[in-house]
Design a protein around this ligand. Structure first.
Ligand code: DC
Length: 254
């Protein structure tokens, strides 16, 4: 198993908040508008694999989990109980959430403040599942995610429900999994948490996230338990080239 796998431009959508990415770069013509959906549980290595695939394919990158984390960070800053679904739903559209879609340097901002590091704290990680379950939160952020995807010249979007809800027409869908222990090991290696508390938290989050973490019927399941990061990236890139008809540069030059 690789130790390299991590666990983890849009426009107006709904009242008040806009999610906006960096200025798009120009992918090769054949890759224009390619959408690659990468879903799966925490710790399966979605972020590193999605970013790596986006770089290899010359596409933008969207980490939808960072948007749920950003809202959660903002709620916690205001002392809102993440378990108060009614209040969380009412406030869902208040903060101005922006995400950068450069796969080499993604960032997240709330009301202009860079929260890229702050949204990875234990406090946010423990609270985000409760926030992400609230229907008004999902409706609001999904609208923003769709706008970002629609405005990108081509994108790898990662999350839980990209292939089923956010971008069900994506031509390339991957459901990335790994066994329970290796997912927790990866999470623990990235944080100061013990392996045991990481496992307990992961199990709790898996339960809370289950409703929105469904594999699309047409998604290709990739088990990363015994794969290195480069191997997972290679699988996603090959699928993109096969399923979306993106030519392989090496074949073209022969
Ligand atoms: O991938 P992550 O750990 O950063 O996700 C943070 C939370 O947001 C997690 O509870 C799952 C949830 N999420 C979701 O419900 N839908 C998405 N598309 C992405 C993340």
């Amino acid at each position: 198993m690789s130790a390299n796998l991590d666990s983890d431009t849009g426009e107006e959508s709904e009242a008040g908040s806009i999610a906006r990415g960096d200025a798009p770069h120009n992918p090769p013509r054949d890759q224009a508008r390619l959408v690659v959906a990468v879903d799966g549980p925490s710790g399966a290595g979605k972020s590193s694999a999605s970013r790596g695939a986006a770089i290899a394919l010359g596409l933008r990158y969207l980490d939808t989990g960072s948007m749920y984390r950003a809202l959660t960070w903002w709620l916690l800053e205001r002392g809102v109980d993440p378990g108060d679904a009614g209040l969380v739903g009412e406030l869902a559209a208040e903060p101005f959430i922006e995400v950068g879609t450069d796969p080499s340097a993604p960032w997240t901002r709330v009301n202009g403040t860079d929260v890229s590091a702050a949204i990875r704290t234990r406090e946010v990680t423990s609270a985000v599942s409760a926030v992400a379950r609230v229907p008004r939160v999902r409706a609001h952020l999904i609208a923003q995610q769709r706008a970002i995807i629609a405005n990108a010249p081509g994108i790898v979007a990662e999350g839980r429900d990209i292939g089923t809800v956010v971008a069900p027409d994506a031509p390339v869908k991957v459901f990335l999994t790994a066994d329970r222990a290796s997912r927790a090991d990866r999470r623990a290696a990235e944080s100061s948490w013990s392996a045991a508390s990481t496992q307990v938290d992961q199990d709790r989050r898996d339960r809370l996230d289950a409703a929105q973490s469904v594999k699309a019927d047409d998604a290709v399941e990739v088990d990363s338990t015994r794969l290195g990061l480069d191997q997972v990236i290679d699988i996603i890139v090959r699928l993109a080239r096969e399923r979306a008809g993106v030519p392989c540069p090496r074949q073209q030059t022969r």
